[in-house]
Design a protein around this ligand. Structure first.
Ligand SMILES: *[C@@H]1O[C@H](CO)[C@@H](O)[C@H](O)[C@H]1NC(C)=O
Ligand SMILES: *[C@@H]1O[C@H](CO)[C@@H](O)[C@H](O)[C@H]1NC(C)=O
Ligand SMILES: *[C@@H]1O[C@H](CO)[C@@H](O)[C@H](O)[C@H]1NC(C)=O
Ligand SMILES: *[C@@H]1O[C@H](CO)[C@@H](O)[C@H](O)[C@H]1NC(C)=O
Ligand SMILES: *[C@@H]1O[C@H](CO)[C@@H](O)[C@H](O)[C@H]1NC(C)=O
Ligand SMILES: *[C@@H]1O[C@H](CO)[C@@H](O)[C@H](O)[C@H]1NC(C)=O
Ligand SMILES: *[C@@H]1O[C@H](CO)[C@@H](O)[C@H](O)[C@H]1NC(C)=O
Ligand SMILES: *[C@@H]1O[C@H](CO)[C@@H](O)[C@H](O)[C@H]1NC(C)=O
Ligand SMILES: *[C@@H]1O[C@H](CO)[C@@H](O)[C@H](O)[C@H]1NC(C)=O
Ligand SMILES: *[C@@H]1O[C@H](CO)[C@@H](O)[C@H](O)[C@H]1NC(C)=O
Ligand SMILES: *[C@@H]1O[C@H](CO)[C@@H](O)[C@H](O)[C@H]1NC(C)=O
Length: 718
């Protein structure tokens, strides 16, 4: 007769309390054993298994703790299942198990004991995912019902998430969660694209359904549940240790293999069956079974135990099989069986066999496709670190990008068939971020847009952000940042690859002072990158022009009186320029004039190694960019005036042209025609030498809005 029903009996260990400190880390064996919903920060030692259970505090940051109803707190239920964590909010809630080894196999087991904890007398139905891949629907029937779900998977990252997804049929909850590392040779059916979802792992032979075998008898802590013997089976067993064969790929524990069943009628067959468990997301599950055999009786030489294994009338294994004496062996399939609604197993002796068939244990799994690809590992880890550091609430649970319908708020991802999804933009504006800028932002290697404006970020700006190859917009405005803009970022600003907005950070550049306090060593980098071409090409040009100018103008006056000069050379050669109305004067402006032009230095466009650039207008409404030199600029007065004079005369199509300059007391400034961002980009796509020239001398960067009255005051009244 076939046994057609079975029950899962959960972790019967009644634990005694030894108190342990929790840590969200695997223990020495690599095990993680979580008692979900356990109050406090300390765990306990389970005296039956010698495993320590930890609270779930460090593994999830959502949900609420509950105890099951007292009437269900019986000794048959382990202490771990007396409490649970439920997740009334959010569609997906996850536990994150860390410190794993990417690419290795792990057994992940979750226990669900309802126990009418919410008094609703209505067990929920919800979905369980391992990372971004569906494992099973959890459907608990009966108030005292329980479910134990297990997956064996290759974990692609150094962490794995176990997620409960609310499907609108009750509040998801969880009672316990385990993770066990497995050798990669174990369970050869498990690959990167296919996991196994446990249907049952049964031990034949025990007479009591409480005789669950697990750690320490099974070093992998699999739970071997008794298959209660029907009347027509009889138990045979040995007390001798059963060995694992060399290179065993299943490592069945000796205690499981020491018992077997055989038909009571020596000429009968062993028969049992299971029904397919269909669910909406897995309507035709594909089953895989591992049949475990060990000969537990020392047979006389003339005896033979030999049999066939049949599934629904077809041979599972095309040859007859004879178990090995005191060695654990098995018959397994790599591919799932043909799909049937029910699976009848019949084990019958061959005609030559003198003894009836036996079986010691069986594992039945349904295959679990693990083909959904999660967000890039580094991106996901960085986002989790950012979430933890700033205690971000939002819907930030599970994988950041996958599935699209549950992607995290405030970020966008790129999806491609060839690589894992990557985060391309992150807008955490006005998200109440406090503390310094996390170095994890610099691990989002695919990010192009990062908006951290209007938070309470403090500390300095990490230069590591300049290593983000695709970052083109970085908005740090409206924080409490201090220090100066690091050199790497300055470089990115100057080569036009980055638009940095840092306004409304009163402490940026120490003491809330002006850009004149930018540290010298920031500039050094800029000078270093200006390559030898500059010396080799620009300097000769410079000298030639200088020579020409001297010839034309004669010895230069060192007068500091404002004056106007005509730039007669330039006017005919402005092919690409936008406006012919520009008066090409080499004008000398007073500081007061600059103030008027820029409306008191109201709008800062950018900043470079030499000074700040402000938006302004001439009397004729020509838009200009005014570069106010830092007071401690490396350029001396003389060099400055030299550069000013010369620049006004250079009008190459690839150079921004200068309109005039200011040398008024300490204040030195250059006035250029205004270039929009797009125009600047055009200019960047020009031969190298001019590019460097543009960068070093002009410093026009992307537009950045900034009210800098305070800065202006300290600039003009040092
Ligand atoms: C638990 O560990 C202790 C000390 O290591 C040992 O004495 C005891 O036998 C172990 N119990 C089990 C069930 O393995
Ligand atoms: C659950 O029961 C334990 C022990 O009786 C108690 O300390 C804890 O506060 C209870 N938790 C909840 C959420 O009621
Ligand atoms: C849960 O299981 C019960 C009993 O097996 C079944 O009647 C019910 O339809 C299942 N729920 C879902 C959502 O499949
Ligand atoms: C044992 O099985 C054989 C073949 O199925 C049958 O003929 C016989 O009656 C059975 N014996 C008992 C005692 O049931
Ligand atoms: C399995 O066995 C039962 C009875 O033992 C039978 O009714 C059923 O048709 C069998 N199923 C298959 C797929 O062979
Ligand atoms: C069983 O199958 C294997 C491989 O498919 C084959 O090598 C072997 O000859 C088959 N044995 C029998 C008895 O058909
Ligand atoms: C055992 O089962 C196989 C497959 O169903 C069948 O071909 C064979 O005749 C059976 N052997 C005996 C001795 O009943
Ligand atoms: C049974 O034994 C005979 C004689 O040893 C042998 O020829 C035959 O192949 C055996 N049958 C099986 C199924 O092993
Ligand atoms: C950025 O986030 C803020 C705050 O959540 C929101 O108000 C704003 O619209 C977002 N901006 C963009 C461009 O998505
Ligand atoms: C950053 O977000 C704020 C708030 O939504 C917005 O005003 C600002 O324009 C954004 N910055 C950029 C560069 O898009
Ligand atoms: C920054 O923090 C202070 C005090 O903690 C608070 O008053 C202020 O509103 C915060 N600013 C922002 C932009 O969150």
């Amino acid at each position: 007769m076939a046994a057609r029903s079975w029950l899962f009996i959960l972790c019967l260990a009644v634990a005694d309390a030894g108190v342990l400190q929790t840590s969200a880390q695997p223990d020495l064996k690599g095990f993680i054993s979580i008692d979900c919903g356990l109050e406090g920060k300390t765990g306990y030692l389970d005296d039956k298994t010698n495993l320590s259970y930890v609270p779930d505090d460090g593994f999830t940051d959502a949900g609420t703790n509950h105890n099951i109803s007292v009437e269900f707190m019986t000794p048959l239920i382990s202490r771990r299942n007396y409490n649970l964590r439920s997740f009334p909010d959010g569609e997906r809630n996850c536990y994150t198990l860390r410190s794993l080894t990417a690419g290795l196999k792990y057994l992940i087991r979750a226990a669900f004991v309802y126990g009418n904890y919410d008094g609703l007398k209505k067990p929920p139905v919800f979905d369980l995912y391992i990372g971004v891949n569906f494992l099973t629907m959890v459907n608990i029937t009966g108030l005292d019902g329980a479910a134990l779900e297990e997956a064996i998977v290759v974990v692609p990252d150094d962490f794995v998430q176990v997620c409960l997804v609310n499907t609108g049929t009750g509040t998801p909850f969880i009672s316990g969660l385990d993770l066990r590392p497995l050798k990669s040779t174990l369970y050869p059916q498990v690959t990167e694209t296919q996991g196994l979802s446990l249907f049952g792992r049964w031990n034949f032979g025990p007479t009591s359904n409480t005789e669950i075998i697990r750690y320490p008898d099974d070093p992998h802590d699999r739970e071997w549940v008794p298959w209660i013997n029907p009347f027509d089976w009889t138990v045979i067993s040995t007390t001798t240790m059963v060995q694992n064969i060399e290179n065993d790929i299943f490592e069945a524990p000796s205690r499981v293999m020491q018992t077997a069943i055989t038909p009571r009628n020596a000429s009968g067959n062993i028969e049992f069956a299971w029904d397919a468990y269909t669910q909406p997301k897995d309507p035709t599950p594909g089953y895989i079974a591992n049949f475990y055999f060990t000969e537990v009786q020392l047979l006389p030489s003339n005896a033979l135990r030999q049999f066939y294994i049949n599934l629904n009338g077809r041979l599972v294994y095309n040859e007859s099989y004879t178990p090995l004496y005191l060695y654990a062996d098995l018959i397994y399939e790599k591919k799932p069986f043909l799909r049937y609604p029910e699976y009848n197993i019949s084990i019958n002796a061959t005609s030559n066999s003198t003894l009836p068939p036996i079986i010691n244990a069986i594992e039945v799994f349904s295959v679990m496709p693990t083909i959904n690809v999660a967000t890039d590992s580094e991106d996901a880890s960085a986002m989790m670190a950012i979430k933890v550091k700033y205690q971000v609430k939002k819907n930030w649970m599970g994988d950041p990008c996958v599935p699209k319908t549950l992607a995290w708020d405030s970020l966008t991802c790129s999806y491609s068939t060839s690589i894992r999804p990557r985060i391309t933009s992150l807008n955490l504006s006005s998200s109440d971020l406090r503390g310094d800028i996390s170095s994890s932002f610099a691990n989002l290697k695919g990010v192009q847009y990062l908006n951290l404006s209007n938070n309470n970020l403090t500390g300095s700006i990490p230069d590591a952000l300049s290593q983000l190859p695709l970052l083109s917009v970085l908005d740090l405005a409206g924080n409490q940042l201090s220090g100066s803009i690091p050199s790497g970022l300055l470089k990115r600003i100057q080569d036009g690859s980055l638009d940095l907005r840092d306004g409304n950070n009163p402490n940026l550049y120490t003491n809330g002072n002006s850009c004149k306090l930018v540290k010298r060593n920031n500039k050094l980098v800029i000078y270093i990158v200006v390559p030898i071409v500059l010396v080799m090409v620009i300097v000769p040009i410079y000298l030639i022009l200088f020579y020409l100018k001297r010839k034309r103008l004669g010895p230069r006056s060192n007068s500091t009186e404002p004056q106007n000069e005509k730039a007669e050379y330039a006017s005919k050669n402005r092919g690409h320029m936008h406006s012919s109305s520009l008066q090409l004067e080499n004008r000398r402006f007073t500081y007061r004039e600059l103030e008027m032009m820029t409306d008191n230095f109201q709008l800062e466009l950018g900043r470079g190694g030499f000074g700040c650039v402000y938006d302004g207008f001439l009397e004729d409404h020509t838009r200009v960019a005014v570069k106010l030199m830092f007071k401690n600029s490396k350029q001396g007065d003389k060099e400055f005036l030299g550069e000013a004079q010369i620049l006004t005369r250079i009008h190459h199509k690839n150079l921004v042209s200068m309109i005039g300059y200011c040398k008024d007391g300490d204040n030195m400034a250059l006035v250029y025609e205004y270039m929009s961002e797009g125009t600047l980009q055009e200019h960047i796509a020009v031969p190298k030498i001019f590019r460097f020239y543009v960068h070093v001398n002009i410093d026009i960067v992307m537009c950045r809005a900034r009210v800098s009255t305070q800065r202006l005051q300290s600039t003009s009244h040092p």
